[in-house]
Write a protein that binds this ligand. Structure first.
Ligand SMILES: [Cu+2]
Length: 276
């Protein structure tokens, strides 16, 4: 067998393994390391910053550990019957002040860039309002008439096979893939927090204040999240499930959803709630 065939074979095997891993990476695996597979521009930046910080932290930890071991051996009592009385070393002190400042600057620059990148979107294709309640989320689509609905967790007893416990909801938040979505997040009672790891979104839902961020889902699929601000007894039972679908399918979904969630404006709120 020629080296070209060996190289080609190796290449094919590598591609197959990589493809298998990228499929596996969509679903959580036992002993999986790292974060959820990024599915939005913000999450890519978060992962890049995380990887940079991981390198910096590892180097610092190994350096400090090395210094400790060196000091313990080199300056041990048995080898130094007369201990050193040095208390000052100007250049050393300048160095251990300046070097950390430089390291902090290296961390601060990409960190601030990312914060401003995630802060607000300029050209949004659509706006989505996320409202936190004790203990469920409701979603509003102001660009699509008065479409709005509540999203409750499915209790353990009602779970169908394949549905994820504590993560699946009755009405998923449906969004179009590839669209830049402005997210307006508020709370109605206490502070909640809307966290979706794979999309790199985490924002407080504050009563009396609208927080803004944005998201662009890159791949079709279902993304799960949870409230991550302790908000009361059922804090653990207000998950987030987002379904990203192609734009044409989204348009069809909006038409159906408008009928499904149509509300009778004549009906007093308390009656409507009782009927639900
Ligand atoms: Cu909560």
């Amino acid at each position: 067998m020629g080296w070209k065939r060996v190289a080609a074979g190796t290449f094919v095997i590598a591609v197959v393994i990589l493809a298998a891993f990228s499929v596996l990476a969509q679903e959580p695996q036992p002993w999986q390391l790292g974060m959820q597979t990024p599915a939005s521009p913000s999450k890519h930046k978060i992962e890049d910053l995380h990887n940079l910080l991981l390198v910096i932290t590892t180097v610092i930890t190994i350096f400090v550990l090395g210094l400790l071991i060196y000091t313990m051996i080199r300056f041990r009592a048995s080898a130094n019957p007369k201990p050193s009385r040095v208390t000052h070393h100007t250049w050393l002190e300048v160095a251990w002040t300046v070097v950390p400042v430089i390291i902090l600057l290296i961390i601060a620059i990409p960190s601030f860039k990312m914060l401003y990148f995630m802060d607000r979107t300029v050209d949004a294709d659509m706006t989505l309002k996320v409202v936190g309640h004790q203990w469920y989320w409701s979603y509003e689509y102001p660009d699509n008439g008065d479409l709005k609905f509540d999203s409750y967790m499915i209790p353990d007893a009602d779970l169908k096979p394949g549905q994820k416990r504590l993560l699946e909801v009755d009405n998923r938040l449906v969004v179009p893939v590839g669209a830049t979505i402005r997210l307006l997040i508020i709370g109605t009672d206490v502070i909640h927090s809307w966290l979706v790891p794979a999309l790199g979104v985490q924002l407080y839902a504050m009563p009396g204040r609208v927080n803004e961020t944005w998201v662009r889902v890159e791949r079709p699929g279902v993304y799960y999240g949870q409230c991550n601000q302790i908000c009361g007894t059922n804090h653990a039972y207000m998950p987030i499930a987002i379904e990203a679908i192609p734009k044409e399918a989204f348009t069809r979904w909006v038409d159906e959803a408008k009928k499904k969630f149509a509300q009778n404006p004549e009906l007093p709120l308390a009656v409507a709630a009782a009927l639900r």
